[in-house]
Design a protein around this ligand. Sequence first.
Ligand SMILES: NC(=O)c1ccc[n+]([C@@H]2O[C@H](COP(=O)([O-])OP(=O)(O)OC[C@H]3O[C@@H](n4cnc5c(N)ncnc54)[C@H](O)[C@@H]3O)[C@@H](O)[C@H]2O)c1
Ligand SMILES: O=C(O)[C@H](O)COP(=O)(O)O
Length: 523
Amino acid sequence: MFRVLVSDPISRDGLEPLLEANNIEIVQKNVSEEENLAQYDALFVRSATKVTEELMNQMPKLKIVARAGVGVDNIDVDQATRKGIIVINAPDGNTISTAEHTFAMIASLVRHIPQANMSVKNREWKRSSFVGSELHGKMLGIVGLGRIGTELARRAKAFGMRVAVFDPFLTKERSEKIGVEKHDFEELLTQADIITVHTPLTKETKGLLNKETISKTKKGVYLVNCARGGIIDEDALCTYLENGHVRGVALDVFEVEPPEHTRLLEFEQVIATPHLGASTKEAQLNVAYQVSKEVLLFIQGKQVTTSINLPAMSDEAYQKVAPYDSLAQKIGSFLSQYMNQPVQSITIEYEGTAAEIETAYVTKSMIASFLKQRMDININTVNAGVLARERGIQFIEKVSDQNSGYSNSMKVTIHGEQTTSEIKGTSIPHFGERIVSVNGFSIDFHPSGHLLYIQHTDVPGVIGNVGRILGNHSVNIATMQVGRKEKGGEAIMMLSFDRPLDQPILSALTELDEIVFVKAIEL
Ligand SMILES: NC(=O)c1ccc[n+]([C@@H]2O[C@H](COP(=O)([O-])OP(=O)(O)OC[C@H]3O[C@@H](n4cnc5c(N)ncnc54)[C@H](O)[C@@H]3O)[C@@H](O)[C@H]2O)c1
Ligand SMILES: O=C(O)[C@H](O)COP(=O)(O)O
């Protein structure tokens, strides 16, 4: 049974993909009210639940955190990554709703609609107190032209506004295509009549609009924040509202939510909503449905596509990666079992078509498989890199420009404290993966099942002796491959069996004079 805890109010209809699947139990209850957090495999949240390290420690089975929305600033993604917990979000399910809400806030702000509404409800009729400004012909300054910023720009243009944009990642071509003016931050500050922010809250964007930057804006500017509390510094807003430099402010988000102690709410010129940008039936259905489908993919062992802490990959892209992923896991596990010593560095080299895929994912998969043999914690592609680095293991990814004759290949070299080992493999369409070289010995075997690696001297009779000992122990050899570098020198044997070999058999083989090294490997 896969258990899902839905902590924040999330559309039940949007959970349909999970509700319809077998062996999934869904509990809709806030984390603070759930006594047995340890039983859950997945946690669904919006912005209210704080997914802290402490919470994750109480959920040892947690494998995936699904944010039914965009912002993940309420989730400790670094800690989730360390623990191998996948974090996903629903990047575009609430874009339209938030853009529409922002536009409604802008229109309300310049026409004083909330204040006028309150006044009329108080039985007043003060028409001259609420004279507003037209949007037509005014310049809207958008900071952050992502999904929401772009939709907002389209709406502003339909109202006859000029749209100026600052976004360090915006190209000239894209700004021309959308029909907005690309500016630097300083220009936008000095020219815009209304400034609205649509960036995530990061170290760079925290306090982006502060005492200094707001002082550069036009006197009488309107400021809008429907992205994240803290992008516009709340103390600075109070200062400029008090001295009249800022004419009005519209806020959907606050530094602390709910904003119990902020002075901002005392200003007549401030209009506010309680983080409602994504609160429409449509957006809530979209985001819940998006993350539910992703979690279902995860449960089915398929590739998730909207992960924050994994390389983004569509299912189609993963189909191309899958054969190499499988090969990488086999090589990682093989080398980890074979090399029973501390490791300093791992190098993985891709050649041919293997170099054309999402190699970062495959590298992490190989490292995860390598570490799994050595560590008794949850290791996967999410945390493999962090855990390897924490243990002082360097990993290097290379693309080879050599042509070794295979249409694709992957070579993994491990530098251990005492020795270095290397395995090369290839994936053959419709045939599966093959190991084609071990420590420079050419060989050809399918890396699967109960295997035995034997290093020996290339002398007559050794194969017979090995066969005799195995026969004496009633062990049937399923497959056998040999490889050598030169006649009479060192050679290797790779055997596979229908069952694992016990220690007495391995000891008997080791006692043969011509045998240098024996290692049973389970793949
Ligand atoms: N109020 C709500 O209910 C609500 C709903 C949805 C999203 N949001 C918030 O809105 C924000 C934007 O969402 P989105 O879906 O458009 O995200 P997005 O990732 O599509 O866009 C963010 C944009 O910000 C830009 N950016 C990043 N750093 C910047 C900087 N220092 N200066 C200028 N631009 C910068 C990026 O280049 C990107 O284009 C997020 O913080 C999200 O959490 C709020
Ligand atoms: O980042 C988001 O998606 C929005 O801030 C919406 O947050 P919510 O899901 O708590 O409404």
